[in-house]
Write a protein that binds this ligand. Structure first.
Ligand code: NAI
Ligand code: MG
Length: 339
């Protein structure tokens, strides 16, 4: 077991601190040797310090074994000097892969257990928009290098997923190469080439619109999907909806050299911030992914099993139709994980 594993908490704004502190409390209870530090980022930080992502936060992030990020609030409209911290972190730490698992709630239909692997560094998030007469052009960047490395992560994840579900390793490549012939053509070719090196991997492909239809109609047919940035963003919100909503959806951002940041998919939820009623399950599930990344499989399984029990028997928070507070849900998970 590695000694003194160091977790950096970046709680952020709104419900970010509420769910991150709840999850960190549970993590500290089930893995007491972990050490924690905390760093600032977000809108509140911007108003006090003039930057949404201080250099100190970035430095601490580079030193950490893993990062647990809450959510930050973005100001409406253009605010000079404000850049979204999560986008800056993904860029600065080169977190090129975004993993977004989704599965059905216990005892609910249809049954599914899938993972969307989203390319996180390019596509329509290139930040390149420029004026043309009468409008703007947004540049969608696709490179062979980025397509190749995301395909590799996705293939590896297909085996991890298979070990968990007992199904055959299965990768679905999602693209729009019939229209975006050159850019998505390159993405598709790279994915097919990388996947061909894995002998027992079942590989298929779908156009993104067809993939959306099948995800809505029969999500159980999928295991691991790999796609470009914006398609992955949209499809993973769709699967988050199928899986019970944003309060439940976790994610991981992976980069080279083992650097990794874990975060709930949801934002700062200003409409419920400060009331102590945010659902901590998305942050707790992100913590399961964090433990798995650290190869702490025993603790990860204990935490995941405890979360599943709470999903089944409660206590449930408000977004799941219950009345439990953030702390009550997290404490119930903690008790079960320690039992
Ligand atoms: P949101 O995810 O914050 O909230 C959408 C809806 O879901 C709200 O009704 C909220 O109450 C509910 N919700 C979200 N998480 C919940 C939880 N854990 N428990 C119970 N209910 C939950 O998205 P929205 O409202 O579009 O954005 C709010 C702010 O968050 C914006 O400033 C946005 O830019 C930011 N944001 C930040 C992200 C990040 O830091 N990674 C990601 C998404 C949004
Ligand atoms: Mg999104």
């Amino acid at each position: 077991m590695p000694t003194s594993v160091h977790i950096l908490l970046i709680p952020g704004d709104g419900i970010g601190p509420e769910v991150v502190h709840a999850a960190a409390h549970v993590l500290a209870s089930i893995a007491p040797d972990l050490t924690f530090a905390q760093a600032e980022a977000g809108w509140d930080c911007f108003q006090r310090q003039g930057t949404a992502l201080p250099a100190l936060t970035l430095e601490m992030a580079r030193q950490a074994n893993a990062i647990l990020f809450g959510a930050t609030q973005s100001p409406m409209g253009e605010t000079p000097g404000y850049n979204s911290p999560i986008l800056s972190l993904r860029k600065e730490l080169n977190l090129f892969a975004n993993l977004r698992p989704a599965r059905n709630l216990p005892d609910s239909r249809p049954e599914f257990d899938l993972l969307i692997v989203r390319e996180n560094s390019e596509g329509l998030y290139s930040g390149r928009e420029r004026p043309i007469p009468g409008g703007f052009i947004a540049e969608r960047v696709v490179t062979g290098v980025a397509s190749h490395r995301i395909a590799q992560i996705a293939c590896e994840q297909a085996y991890v997923q298979s070990a968990r579900t007992g199904r055959r390793p299965h990768l679905t490549i999602v693209h729009k190469a019939n229209v975006l012939k050159k850019s998505d053509g390159l993405f598709r070719t790279n994915c097919l080439e990388v996947a061909a090196a894995y002998s027992d991997l079942l590989v298929d492909e779908l156009l993104v619109d067809t993939a959306a239809m099948w995800l809505a109609k029969d999500p159980g047919r999928f295991d691991v999907l790999v796609t470009t940035n914006l398609f992955g963003d949209i499809l993973s919100d769709l699967t988050a909806g199928l899986a019970g909503g944003l309060g439940l959806a976790p994610s991981a951002n992976l980069g080279a050299n083992g650097i990794a940041l874990f975060e709930p998919v949801h934002g700062s939820a200003p409409d419920i911030a400060g009331q102590g009623i945010a659902n901590p399950i998305a942050a707790l599930r992100s913590s399961v992914m964090l433990l798995q990344h650290l190869r702490r499989m025993e603790e990860a399984t204990r935490l995941e099993t405890a979360i599943n029990t709470v999903l089944q028997v409660g206590p449930h928070p408000r977004d799941m139709g219950g009345r439990a507070t953030t702390t009550e849900v997290a404490n119930a998970v903690k008790r079960l994980a320690l039992a």
